[in-house]
Each structure stands twice: as C-alpha cells, then as structure tokens.
Design a protein around this ligand. Structure first.
Ligand code: PGA
Length: 256
C-alpha cells in the first residue's frame, strides 16, 4: 500500500489583517517551517496571500487560497483568478467549502469549473464535501457526499487526479465543537476512497489525500489521524493560533 504523506491545512477564513497574518505565519515558520514529515499548507484571506507567501519563502510551508473564480480574467468584480494566485506562488486552493456553498450559493457545477480551472493552472484543489445535520439524520450522508464528489471531479483526468485533495467536512461539525466520531469519519473517508477507485482506478485512489475537517483540535486529532483513510486535516478555529496548529502538525507527524 502506498503511504500518503499527511497534510495539515489551515483555513483562516475571514480572519486576520495582513499584520496579524504575518505574526501568525512567522510563529509557524519558526516552529514547523523546517520539518518535512507532514505537508503543511496555510490558507490566509486574499489580502494576506502575498505577505504570507513572502514570509514562508525558504521554509517547507505551502500557500493556499480559500477560493477562486474559474475564469482567468474579465469582468468579475470582486473575484480572483487562478493565474493571479499562481503569480503569488500559491500552490493550493480550497474549493467548494460548505460556507461558500451555503452562504454564497455555489453549486456543484460551479465548483467543478473551479476544480478544472485550478488544475489547468497547476493549483492543487482542496475539494470540500460534506453533509448537513438534516442530511445525516435522514440517512443521506453517503448519497450527498457521492453527488458532491462526482460532480466536483467531473472531467478530471486520471493523470491529474492525484493532485486533488479531498476534504470531508460534515457541515454540522464545522465551527461547532461537535466533531464526528472516528467511526463516522472513517466510514465516509473509506467510502470516498471507494468512489475514487471507481472513478480513477485503485492505484490513483491510493494516492489521493482525504482530509477530515470540522472541529479538529489537538485533543481529538490523534485518534482521527490514526484512521486508515484519514490523511490529514482541514483546520479552521484551531489554525488561528500557532500553538494549537503546531500541535496538530505534531499529531500528524506522530502517526506518519
Ligand atoms: P473548524 O473549521 O475547524 O473551525 O470546524 C473547519 C473548516 O471549515 O474548514
């Protein structure tokens, strides 16, 4: 079996001015900027991308964005494109986050366009999927995840699929302190891997990292990260402070 390097990504959401972002990233560079056991990605708001990008130069940290528009340029007021992100040495981009879907009306079709545009521009998409509380309670978790995954990856080639990172984020666990149990998370992660096998073949599916997201913290991370199909975490709240984020990186390194 291929061993997948664990990936810990910090989704800072709409937090931190560029000065605050610089303080946080400087701490991260000092603490985890030389280690290579775990791939670490920080995703600041657009306004701090350039500052954070300069601060991580020469370290092992990587830079991600939280969103992008599928078109390369044009009359899309307020939007940012893949080539713009690439020009600032961004390597990853979070796409289809549940907040984008719920608050900004992003559909699977739109998310798919972004995934294809990211790959075309050598950006690694972190494609988010996950069910709401109502969907879990009505027993449709796997169906929802399947729809979001298949639609999100429509048209992605077998060759480019290993560049995609999937984040399973149950909506009811995001920012709520309610973490999925390890069994709940592993069940969905294994299901996602089985879908990836169907879409891209087994060797490709074995290469794709599947992150868990939703109230992951130093206290619950070791157990989650020890699961066979959980290859890291997409971290919101606990990524806003160097100490907890560094502990999460250490927890990932410990099970690597
Ligand atoms: P949380 O957010 O860790 O604060 O739950 C995760 C996310 O939304 O990516």
């Amino acid at each position: 079996m291929i061993s997948r390097k664990k990936l810990i990504a910090g989704n800072w959401k709409m937090n931190k001015t560029s000065a605050d972002a610089l303080t946080l990233v400087a701490d991260l560079v000092a603490s985890v900027g030389r280690q290579t056991d775990v791939e670490v990605v920080v995703c600041p708001p657009f306004t701090s991308i350039e500052t954070v990008g300069k601060a991580i130069e020469g370290s092992t940290l990587k830079l991600g964005a939280q969103n992008m528009h599928p078109e390369a340029n044009g009359a899309y007021t307020g939007e940012v494109s893949a080539p713009m992100l690439r020009a600032l040495f961004t390597t990853h981009v979070i796409l289809g986050h549940s907040e984008r879907r719920a608050l900004f009306g992003e559909t699977d079709v739109f998310v798919n366009k972004k995934v294809l545009a990211a790959l075309k521009n050598q950006l690694k998409p972190i494609l988010c999927v996950g069910e709401s509380l109502g969907e879990r309670e009505s027993g449709s978790t796997l169906k929802i995840v399947q729809t979001q995954l298949e639609a999100g990856l429509d048209g992605v080639s077998k060759e480019l699929a290993p560049s995609v990172v999937i984040a399973y984020e149950p909506v009811w666990a995001i920012g709520t302190g309610k973490v999925a149990t390890t069994e709940q998370a592993q069940e969905v992660h294994a299901f996602i891997r089985s879908l990836l096998t169907k879409l891209f073949t087994e060797p490709v599916a074995q290469k794709v990292r599947i992150l868990y997201g939703g109230s992951m913290k130093p206290a619950n991370a070791p157990e989650l990260l020890a699961q066979k199909d959980i290859d890291g975490g997409l971290i919101g709240g606990a990524a806003l402070e160097a100490r907890s984020f560094v502990e999460l990186v250490s927890a990932a390194a410990a099970v690597q």
